[in-house]
Ligand binder design. Sequence first.
Ligand SMILES: Cc1cc2nc3c(=O)[nH]c(=O)nc-3n(C[C@H](O)[C@H](O)[C@H](O)COP(=O)(O)OP(=O)(O)OC[C@H]3O[C@@H](n4cnc5c(N)ncnc54)[C@H](O)[C@@H]3O)c2cc1C
Length: 370
Amino acid sequence: MQVDVLILGAGPAGATAALNLAPGCRTLLLDRQPEPAQRIGESLPPAARRLLTDMGLWEAFLDQGHAPCHGNRSLWNGEPAEQDFLRDPDGHGWHLDRARFEAWLRAKAQERGAALLSPATIKTIEPVSGGWQVLLATPDRVIQLQTRVVIDACGRASALGKRLGAQRTRQDRLVCGWLYGRDERIEATDGRSYIEAMSQGWWYSAALPGHRRVLALHTDADLPSARKLRQPGWLLAAATSSPNLGALLARAGFIADGEVRIAAAHSTVLRPGAGQGWFAVGDAALGFDPLSSQGLFNALYTGLAAAETCYRHMHDDPRAIEDYRQELARIERAYQHHLDFWYSQETRWPDEAFWQRRHLRASSTVAMPS
Ligand SMILES: Cc1cc2nc3c(=O)[nH]c(=O)nc-3n(C[C@H](O)[C@H](O)[C@H](O)COP(=O)(O)OP(=O)(O)OC[C@H]3O[C@@H](n4cnc5c(N)ncnc54)[C@H](O)[C@@H]3O)c2cc1C
């Protein structure tokens, strides 16, 4: 079997790369999960509209029935603040049904000619003249394949990039514990995301499509609150006893109906993010702190950018890889400046490790967001 591009990981970044590559070259998309699972990460910022429009996906996206997000409310450094998307030139953002969004992107890639193999993963990969020799493993067989280019779209573990010799750096130990539930009083929900700082991290809540709601706490893995996340009932009790968040949940008539799940949410960087015959996209290249709410945008953006760079690379443009690396470096700098700025604005808990760590990092690099 021979393809031009093999993409490992059919999440938002991998599927986006695939749907942009498939019209021009033989593209195979792999994922170890048979179907996208429901998982946290649902806020899509207004600027995503431009990317979806550029990729010819905007009208079809609107038909998917995701919930509009009209802005953000926050309680940061004790000050209530609102960011209203009414003034945003791209309109409002979105609270996605995440599994539906991912399944839709996969389907778009297939419509445009990509082949999808799931569940499947890479067993071995060796460089050969003009590309790579790969053994793929599916539950019932092993497939040998040659490809000119491989793309790591595996998410923040950067599994393929590391295998090809790149180094992944983890910047912090942020984890997220979250649960889902439903809002009984939907007339009281206003389509805004909510963020509130607490002594060992920060809270997040958002209304989702279908009267659903997510409630999450972000903290560092070694702090007491991370251990408490594992105690049944602790997350919900802590949220409802927090005056502002508790009032929001009460207004919405929130009823939790799921178990607490915990996931890594730390910032990561893969260096280099591309090399001869390979590229990393999305979280595999740069894993973002959810405070930025930019992970999905970055997945779409780098998926598209890597697809364009891949064409240049396959047409022997000697600058293609370096241009892509520089683009990743530019994104990383902008992300870091914004993140450091926002963490440095919360000053109420100078003795708490969560905030000390972030202030220490920010103190050398703080810049106003532009
Ligand atoms: C707690 C939390 C909250 C977040 N909230 C938001 C938010 O509100 N807004 C936002 O924009 N972003 C958010 N993010 C970030 C966002 O979820 C990610 O940036 C986004 O999922 C990145 O997409 P991706 O395609 O690069 O990686 P992923 O979504 O991680 O997809 C990777 C895919 O690769 C597959 N895979 C992994 N390893 C292998 C393998 N070895 N073989 C085959 N397949 C493999 C996986 O099954 C998966 O389908 C959040 C992240 C976290 C952790």
